[in-house]
Design a protein around this ligand. Structure first.
Ligand code: FES
Length: 121
């Protein structure tokens, strides 16, 4: 069954986007970053809700977390996106801001069909 529709936009061959990589593209006049996070694909608008910075071009990292005893560990490596302008951090999988539950970047559905990646917009 084909999943492509007139709202599907070809991005790149899946083989060209390896885990840890991203590609920037433009769809309907909007810049979008498409990321491969451990074999799963995510698409985020390249427009930060803070001051419009190019957040999809920022550092991809993880986060430090502490347990009840205060032991700190580095977690979620490759899942956190930092806007390059002022460092706001977003969950690549959901677009949610890490510190403010009401802030988020736009996200889009990504799917693979016949070895090609598409963003639905
Ligand atoms: S514009 Fe993204 S953190 Fe300020």
């Amino acid at each position: 069954m084909t999943r492509t529709t007139d709202r599907s936009h070809h991005v790149i061959a899946a083989s060209e986007l390896q885990p840890g990589q991203r590609v920037l593209t433009e769809i309907r006049g909007r810049e979008v970053g498409v990321f491969n996070v451990d074999g799963q694909y995510y698409a985020i608008g390249n427009y930060c809700p803070h001051m419009g910075g190019p957040c999809a071009e920022g550092l991809v990292t993880g986060m430090f977390d502490a347990d009840d005893r205060g032991d700190v560990s580095f977690t979620r490596d490759g899942e956190i996106l930092c806007c390059p302008w002022h460092g706001w951090q977003f969950d690549l999988k959901t677009g949610d801001h890490l510190g403010h539950s009401k802030l988020r970047v736009l996200t889009y559905d990504v799917f693979e069909e016949d070895g090609e990646l598409y963003v639905r917009m």
